[in-house]
Each structure stands twice: as C-alpha cells, then as structure tokens.
Ligand binder design. Structure first.
Ligand code: C2E
Ligand code: MG
Ligand code: MG
Length: 763
C-alpha cells in the first residue's frame, strides 16, 4: 500500500484550490475507492506528498492528508497541475523561488498535523469493518462540503461576471491577481500549517476569507466589511480593489437610479412565487408582490399584465403592455421579458404625457376632420341649394356626351326627373333634331364638341326637345368641365327663351298687321303745337303717329318698337312723312303756315336715303322741304354719330330745322354736341314736368338752355303741363315749349280750331 510508505515522504507541494474543485468529480470516485477525504471548505487546497525513497506521490489537503495512487494522479493530470503551480509560485514577485520553497517545505514535511492525519487514515484502512461506516460518513460530508463550495464558487464567478460587465477587464485582472495571491498565501498556509507556522497561516487564511466574504457581499450588493483592508500586501490590495469595485458599483447604481427616476422608468421583477422587487421612481408604491402592484392598475390592465407574465413564463417571448394607474390616472408602457429561468422582468416607462399629446393630436385631427367635413357638407348643401334654386337648366356631360349631373330646373324644363336624365346621352335625349325638325347628327352636336375640344360656346337661339316631343326654345352656353387641367366633359347651361319666342311671334304678327294697317291708311297723325315762349305764337307743330285700329287708337309706344324690330319702320316713316307733307300742303291751301316736325327712328339714320325721302315727299306735295322739321332722339345720334352728322349736315343745307329729341336721357357725352349741326335741343319732359318742385331740374334746364344758346341752338321744353312751368321756362330763357298746358296732340281739324282760338285769344 502507498500509505505505508508515507512517513518517508519527502516533498509537499501546494495546489490551487480551484484545481481541486475542477477535479471534484474525479475525487468523488477516489473518495469512494480510496477512502480519501478532502477538507475543501478549509482552503480548497491540496498538498502533494512524495515519498523521497520510492518516489511515490500522494496528495494532502490543508487539514487532513489524502493520498492517491500514482495512476489516479496521472489520470487527473496532477503532475501537470503541480508543474503549473510551481511556475505560478516562481512568478510571484518578492516571493521565494521555487527551489527555496521546496526546501522550506522539505523541512516542514513531517508536521504533526500530517502525521496525525496519516495515522488516522492508516487506522481506518487497517480496520475494514469500521472503515465501511466511516467511509460512507466521509463521502456524505464531502458531498455536503462540495455543494457548499460549488455555491461559493458560483457566487464568486457571478461576482466576477458582474465585475467584468460593469467595470471591464481591469477589475477582472484585479481578481485574477487576488486569485493568484490566494493561491500563494494558501500555499504558504499549507506550508505554514504543515511546517508549524500555524499562526501566520491562520491570519492569512482569515484575511483571505474576509476577501472572499467581501466578494460575496459585493455580489449580493451589500456593504463590504472593512477589516480586510489592513496592511500593504496583495491581500490588502485585493481588498482595496473590492472596495473600489463596490464604490464603482454604488456609483453605477446611483446613476442607474437617477436615470430611472428622470426617465420615469420602473423595473420590476417577479419570481415564481410572484414576489416582486422593483426599482424606479414609483418603486415604493407597489408593495412586494405582483398582486399588490397590479391592484394599483385598472382591472382589465392588471389582467392583461398577469396574462403577459404567464405567457413569458410559458414561452419566454417578450410581451408589451400599456396600463393605467387607478391611483393617479398615469399611463405606463412596458415590456415583459424573461430575466432568468424562473423570473420575469419588466421595464416600464411613464407615457402619460406622450399619450396626452397623442390624444390632443388625435383630438385636434379629429376636430379638424370634423370641421372640414362640416364645411364640406355645408358647401355641398349650398352647392345643392344653388343648383336647386337656379332658374337656368344646368347639366354636365362627360366626354362621351353622357349626362353626369343635372339640376332640377334642367329636368323640369325638359319634362323629366333628375334621376331620369343622369346617365343618358344628353344629345340623344333633348338635342336630337334641329329646330326645323331635321336630324341633328351627334358628331355635329355643339355640346359634345365643346366637351371634347374644351372650347366654350354660346348659342343664342336653338331648340331642345321636351319629353313630350314639344319644342323648348333655348339659349345655351357650353363650358368645358376641366379637372386639374384636363377636360372631363362640359357644363351646359340653358335658358328657356319661350317668352322671347312668343314675343317675337307676337311682334311678327303685330308687324304684319301694322304693315297692313299702313297700307290700309290706318295710320293717322296728331299734331301738337310748339309755343314760342317769348311771343306765345305757334309756328310749328310735331306730328305724332297713331294707329287707328278698328275703333281703337293705338299710340306709338305700342308699335314703333315692333316696327323697328320687324322691318316696318321705313315704311312707317315714309307713311308719316308723306302724311305730314300732305297736311302741310292742305294747311297751306287753307292759309295756315306751319312747319311740321316728324320723328325719325335711329334705323332711318344709317344713310342719307332719309334725306331723299323727305325731299321727294315734299316735292310730291309741292311744299318746300324746309317746312318739314326733323326730330331725332339723343340716343340715335349718340349711338351712330357719323351718318347722323352727315344727314343733319345735308338737312341743314336744305334749311330743314333739326332737333335732338328727349335731350338729357341719352347718357351721352356732351362733347358730341358741338359736332351736331342741329337747330334745337328738345329737353326731355322728365326734366320739365317737375321743375316747380325740383330745383335740380330747374338747374339742369337753365344750364342746358345756356349751353345750347352758346352753341347757337334754340331750346324747346316738352312736357309743359302748367303755367308755372311755362313761366319758369320763360325766366330760364327757354325758347319754346310743348305740352298739355297749351294743347295735347290734336287731329288736324282740331288743331286748326285750336290755332284759331289761340289767334283770337292773343288778339
Ligand atoms: P316724343 O317725340 O318725345 O313726343 C312727345 C311725347 O310726349 C308724345 O307722346 C306726346 O303725346 C307726349 N306729350 C306731349 N306733351 C306732353 C305733356 O305735357 N305731358 C306728357 N305727359 N306727355 C306729353 P306720344 O305721342 O305717345 O309719342 C311718344 C313717342 O313716340 C314720341 O316721343 C316719339 O318718340 C315717338 N313717335 C311718335 N310718333 C312717331 C313717328 O311718327 N315716328 C317715330 N319714329 N316715332 C314717333
Ligand atoms: Mg318728338
Ligand atoms: Mg320727346
């Protein structure tokens, strides 16, 4: 047996405790097979014992010694580990070189402790019956002890990781150095223990343990105990490093806490028992269990978080949540994640302000949307109102001529409902035939052409066809329907010109009757005297035409317009001039010497044929043409001044008196007056009749008189209905007057009577 040779063992070396732990599984086997016990809890060290005579190797723990057969040692690479350890010792600055250490250890080899242990083991080995029970106990103790060590080592490794993560490689180096130191000191401890320097050894081991304990405290986040910091050796340096690490960690934690508070971030973690730890600005409010924390949330949100936690526990997938506190209404958005095999961690942020902003934004967007909708509805309503109220028919067609919209007036005028028009070809519906009933090919349709070409068109007089087949005389405009610059169709706006048509028909009928009346001699002239306001004498009269229609007398305002529109005016003018000339001749035969003024239409003043008419009619009745005066309206003179001026000039050479009738109503510029070779201005009766009551009229009349006289013209005031007006006119130096005050327009015989009355009255 190896054990019998041990008293002669010569060399003890010290091994790294970690190595011992790494080899733990192997040693389990050894313990069972070889009754080996390792006091790993003491310092986690092994000593190698080598028999100086035989070269046999064995291992001794710091407390009790154990031995391995060489094969077992080789199997676990202990020799290589020994070599590593020797190198390690040699690298320690200020430490004895390996050879010295070996010597020192040689001297200490046979310590009482080792001997005692070896003796005990020998005793055990020599008594197999006792050995069985002790071995079992030893194995069980070892197992317990091994678990403890594993936990400690795991704690230290955890701590190392923490340090590494938080402080980087520098901390790691410090720890490595501490480990090396621990090895060294432990080695020394073994040596001391084996060699009798147990006091020094005990102190070193205590300090190492303090360092170890502080490392564990650091890993647990607890304050360090200060008693390891004494001295200036490697252990003190390690202790200082740990202090440093603790201080850095505290700084990190303070900053982290600050960041959590400023960022309104909360971190909470629950274990399988739903116990909760929490960090952050509201950490104090939520209690120590998940249920306590969830009770501060709206129930449906609490349930959602609960489900989320269950889900993360189940499949490890992160889950987001958003919750509201029932205490103060604040909102939190968070994410649930798995933090370890069993625990779930959540990070949440206070998003109250964000939600409020979102809600404000949403509200304002909604508000704007609603406003826009209301405005658009309002616009739509107004558009519908406008279209519905329009008297004109309005219809829109697309580029193919199909009606896409129609207003009620359009439908009504055509005899349809709006819905019956929309969608139909508008040309085929109401524009299919020309006014004379002949076919109107669609490709010649003006509406369709505008919808394609985009050119606006206006048609003054055409015919649409109603549903019942009757004609609808229309004037219509076609405007392109453009959308963003491209032509989509056309808008047709049409008005019913039936009234105009009816009026035209009526006018045509009247004109025909008028023409017939002229030819039948139904036109009669009444004569109204013009009075010289200075002498009261009457030397001229105005011929005013009447139409003796059956037993009714029709006045000129009712047919002059039709005569002008329907081309009867020339015939009428000729009739009047002929009658006037004839009357002059008659009166001349009776010894009555009067000039007779005839009214000429603007249509008779386009060329000088009217001069020929006057001359020829005068000649026919053998009277001087100068016995025929001429009145033309101010508007006729102003509208077409050039031929009018030429006519007036010719008449002037014929000594024909000419007058501008209805002066003051033509709204024309007075500048044209100086070019008009006329004898007189006839002030319109609208300025004369109310002169007594209207000083402005008086002013107009007086200034007109003044102006006319300045231009070499005389002035006649028409519409003189009473003596007061006559006297005002006299005072205004007006030359002549005409009006009911003296006489209404009279038949020729009655005029002669009136003249006689006047003559006898004056005489
Ligand atoms: P006018 O040439 O200005 O004729 C004067 C009109 O005033 C006449 O109406 C006359 O009856 C009316 N009148 C005269 N004195 C007074 C008065 O004191 N008070 C009021 N309230 N009215 C007075 P009448 O005869 O109905 O003629 C109307 C117009 O018809 C004439 O206005 C003239 O422009 C046109 N007219 C008359 N005869 C002819 C004609 O033979 N040829 C053409 N082309 N036009 C004619
Ligand atoms: Mg007149
Ligand atoms: Mg007049």
């Amino acid at each position: 047996m190896l054990i019998t040779a041990l008293p002669a063992a010569a060399v003890v070396l010290v091994l790294l405790s970690l190595f011992a732990i790494e080899q733990q599984d192997a040693r389990d086997d050894v313990a069972v097979d070889q009754a080996i016990e390792i006091d790993v809890a003491a310092a986690h060290l092994l000593a190698l014992v080598v028999d100086a005579e035989t070269g046999t190797r064995g291992f001794v723990a710091t407390g009790d010694a154990l031995f391995l057969e060489p094969e077992t040692a080789a199997r676990h690479e202990l020799p290589a580990a020994l070599d590593r350890f020797e190198r390690l010792i040699a690298q320690q600055p200020g430490r004895p070189p390996a050879a010295d250490l070996r010597n020192a250890l040689d001297k200490q080899l046979m310590t009482l402790q080792a001997l005692k242990t070896l003796q005990a083991l020998k005793t055990l080995g020599s008594d197999p019956s006792i050995s069985g029970a002790r071995l079992t106990a030893a194995a069980s103790e070892e197992k317990t002890s091994t678990d403890d060590v594993r936990r400690q080592i795991a704690a230290i490794q955890q701590h190392e990781r923490l340090l590494h993560e938080q402080r980087g490689a520098a901390r790691e180096r410090a720890l490595a150095r501490a480990n090396r130191l621990a090895v060294l000191v432990a080695g020394l401890g073994i040596a001391g223990g084996v060699g009798g320097s147990s006091l020094l050894m005990a102190r070193l081991v205590r300090r190492i343990r303090n360092v170890e304990r502080n490392a564990l405290l650091l890993a647990a986040g607890e304050p360090l105990r200060p008693d390891s910091r004494q001295g200036a050796d490697e252990i003190a340096s390690l202790a200082a490093s740990l202090d440093n690490a603790a201080s850095l960690i505290r700084d990190q934690q303070r900053r982290l806490q600050l960041a959590l508070e400023v960022g309104r971030i909360n971190v909470w973690e629950v274990n399988p028992d739903d116990e909760m730890t929490m960090q952050g600005d509201r950490a104090d409010e939520y209690g120590r269990t998940m249920e306590a924390g969830l009770s501060t949330l709206r129930p449906e949100h609490a349930q959602a978080v609960r489900d989320g936690v269950d889900g993360v526990r189940r499949d490890g997938e992160p889950r987001d949540y958003e919750v509201q506190s029932v205490r103060d209404g604040r909102w939190f958005a968070g994410r649930l994640m798995r933090s370890s095999e069993t625990d779930v961690i959540a990070v949440s942020v206070d998003v109250t302000a964000l939600r409020q902003t979102q809600e404000d934004l949403r509200e304002s967007e909604v508000r704007r949307g609603l406003d826009a909708l209301a405005a658009s509805e309002q616009r739509g309503k107004y558009n519908a109102l406008v279209l519905g109220s329009a008297g004109e028919g309005i219809a829109a067609i697309d580029a193919r001529g199909r009606c896409i919209s129609a207003n009620p007036a359009a439908a009504r005028m055509l005899g349809y409902e709006v819905a019956e028009i929309v969608g139909r070809d508008l040309h085929a519906l109401c524009h299919h035939s020309r006014p004379d009933g002949s076919p109107y090919p669609p490709d010649e349709c003006i509406m369709r052409a505008a919808a394609v070409s985009g050119e606006a068109t206006r048609v003054e007089d055409e015919v649409f066809w109603r549903r019942d087949g009757t004609r609808l005389p229309v004037a219509y405009s076609v405007s392109p329907l453009s959308d963003g610059g491209s032509i989509r169709g056309a808008v047709v706006t049409f008005t019913d010109i039936s009234d105009r048509h009816d009026a035209d028909i009526e006018a045509e009928r009247l004109a025909a009757e008028l023409r017939a009346g002229i030819r039948a001699g139904e036109m009669v002239l009444h004569y109204q005297p013009k009075i010289d306001l200075r002498t009261g004498a009457c030397d001229s009269v105005e011929a005013l035409v009447r139409w003796q229609r059956n037993d009714r007398l029709v006045y000129p305002d009712d047919f002059i317009g039709v005569a002008e529109r329907c081309g009867v005016i020339d015939e009428l003018t000729d009739c009047v001039i002929r009658s006037a000339a004839e009357q002059i001749a008659n009166w001349t035969a009776q010894g009555i010497d009067l000039r007779v003024a005839v009214n000429l239409s603007a249509l008779s003043l386009v060329d000088d044929r009217i001069v020929d008419v006057l001359v020829s009619r005068a000649d026919e009745h053998e009277i001087p043409v100068s016995r025929l005066d001429v009145e033309i309206t101010e508007s006729a003179a102003a509208e077409n001044p050039e031929p009018v001026i030429a006519i007036l000039a010719k008449l002037a050479t014929l000594k024909v008196h000419t007058a501008i009738d209805d002066f003051g109503t033509g709204f024309s510029s007075l500048s044209y007056l100086k070019h008009l070779p006329v004898s007189a201005l006839k002030i319109d009766k609208s300025f004369v009749m109310n002169m007594p009551n209207d000083t402005r009229d008086q002013a107009i009349v007086a200034s007109t008189v003044h102006m006319a006289h300045s231009l070499g013209m005389s002035v006649v005031a028409e519409g003189v209905e009473n003596d007061l007006v006559a006297r005002i006119l006299q005072r205004a130096m007006c030359d002549a007057g005409q009006g009911y005050h003296w006489s209404r327009p009279l038949e020729p015989a009655k005029l002669v009577d009136w003249l006689r009355t006047q003559t006898s009255g004056r005489s």
